[in-house]
Design a protein around this ligand. Structure first.
Ligand code: ZN
Length: 250
């Protein structure tokens, strides 16, 4: 770290839980963010600002007008551009020293596995169940940390998964019954609406968990789900049990 870095990251370094050593860990970390929409925007921007050394962002969509209500990595000038290029542009404007890898595609199959394998932590910011199940499978197979969140209407939820940890469930343990069931669970913001800052809250919380995992401080939401209701301004947290017969992680 040079003098500029010490100045840039000074407010992190002041925190005894991070310090010089923790900031070095952040600068050496590799994070994969899948989806740079409502959740992925704050995750990408905060992790770039925090100095995560290598951030891969994956998304196959282009920026549309209806995204701008909540997807704060994009702006009017990026309409029609790919979301990954738009988001990378904003990340670089904040921090030109980090390495940003753009994956303008729907990560799936072997490509998903290899992207998951090259990251330390995977952040699921996607908006549909099918993709979430596939990302979970890849993280279980590659034994990686998965920081997952979802938001709809006035509500958000998030969890951290790692099957290598004792008694820790995977995403499929908790939601597997929905995989081949009715589509009613696959609720999307396009059909149900979403209050703009709710994705900001949940995405910021995902960024916090990523940083804690990298600097190995505090208690992450491993095996727990945190539920946020913006209308009543209440938070709730529950344990998530491991399914001993889970078809993915058992
Ligand atoms: Zn499982």
């Amino acid at each position: 770290m040079d003098d500029n870095d010490l100045s840039r990251y000074g407010r992190h370094i002041m925190l005894p839980e991070i310090d010089f050593e923790g900031q070095q860990k952040l600068l050496a970390a590799k994070v994969l963010i899948i989806g740079v929409g409502g959740l992925g925007s704050p995750v990408a921007l905060y992790l770039a600002a925090s100095g995560i050394g290598e951030i891969s962002i994956a998304d196959h969509d282009k920026v549309e007008l209806n995204n701008l209500q909540r997807q704060i990595a994009h702006d009017e000038k990026s309409l029609g551009q790919s979301k990954v290029n738009s988001c990378a542009h904003r990340m670089k404007a904040i921090n030109s020293k980090i390495n940003i890898i753009t994956l303008e595609e729907k990560l799936t199959g072997r490509q998903l596995l290899s992207s998951v394998d090259s990251a330390d932590i995977i952040v699921d910011c996607t908006d549909n169940l099918t993709t979430r199940f596939e990302i979970n499978r890849a993280c279980v197979e590659k034994n990686k940390w998965l920081v997952s969140a979802a938001a709809i209407r006035w509500e958000g939820q998030m969890s951290v998964y790692h099957c290598g940890a004792k008694d820790s469930p995977c995403y499929h343990c908790c939601y597997g019954m929905r995989e081949n069931g009715s589509q009613e669970f696959d609720q999307s913001c396009s059909a149900n609406g979403i209050l703009s800052p709710v994705v900001g809250v949940m995405g910021s919380m995902q960024a916090i968990e990523v940083i804690k995992l990298i600097v190995k401080q505090g208690d992450v939401l491993l095996g727990r789900v945190l539920l946020f209701d913006a209308l009543s301004m209440q938070w709730e947290s529950m344990q998530l049990p491991k399914n001993p017969n889970c078809s993915v992680c058992a």
